[in-house]
Design a protein around this ligand. Sequence first.
Ligand SMILES: [Fe+2]
Length: 260
Amino acid sequence: MRILFVGDVVGRPGRDAVEALLPGLREQLDIDACVVNGENIANGIGITPRLADRLLAAGADAVTLGNHAWRREEIGAYLASSPSVVRPANFQVGAPGRGLAVVEGRDGTRVAVLNVLGSLYLDPAHSMWELVDDLVEEARAETPIVVVDVHAEATSEKVALASWLDGRVTAVLGTHTHVQTADARVLPGGTAAITDVGMTGPHDSVIGVQTELAIRRMRTGMPVRFETASTGVRLEGAVVTCDPATGRASAIEPVRVPWP
Ligand SMILES: [Fe+2]
C-alpha cells in the first residue's frame, strides 16, 4: 500500500498546486491513500470549511491541521462533524473535532490518521506525550495502518516521537517548519519517519511569506502584515510504502514537484 502525505499547503499558490497536481500524482505514484496538511491554506493561516472541502475534492482522503487550526472561527462546527478533517489531539478538552480519523483508501483499506502538536513555541493545552499512547491504541484497534502528523517546531520532539512510536505506527511525519528535511528513513521497528515533509506553496519566500515583509518584521521588530508569496511553487511531501496486513513500512521517499 502506498500513502502520499502532502506537506503544509500555503495560501492560494499551494491550493492551486494541489488541485492541479494531486489527481495526476495519485495515478503516477500509484497512491492508495492521501493525507494533506491544510492548516495554512486560508491566505497563509488557518482553514475554512470551503477550503477543506476543496482539498478533499482534489484527492485528499484526510486533512490534518496544526497550531493555526482555529484562526478561522467557522471551522469549529465543521470539525465537530467531519469524519476526515482532524485537528491536533492535544488541544483543550472539549474543543470541537478530534485528533484521530479513520478513512478509507482506494480499495477500501482503512487508514487511521492522527494529528498532534509539539510543545516548543506552540503551547498546546496538553503535552502530546500525555495522550499519544492512548490515541495510537485507539487507532490500532481500528486498523494496523496508522499515520501520525506531528506538527512541531523542534526537530528533537519529532525525532523523539518517531522513535517512541517505532513498531506501533506506520509513519511519523513532521509538519509545520515548511522546510523539507533530508532524514526520511524506516526505523528498525518498521515505522517510516521524516522530521519535516516540507511545504506545498511558494518557495521564493520566507516559509511562504513574501521575503521582504518577513525580513522587515524581523529587522524592525514592528508589526508587519504578512502576505503570501507567489513564485517558486512546489508540492512537497513524502510517499510511504507499507504492508496493509501489518501496517509496517518498507520505504519512504520524499516528494518535491515543481508547479507549474
Ligand atoms: Fe504550523
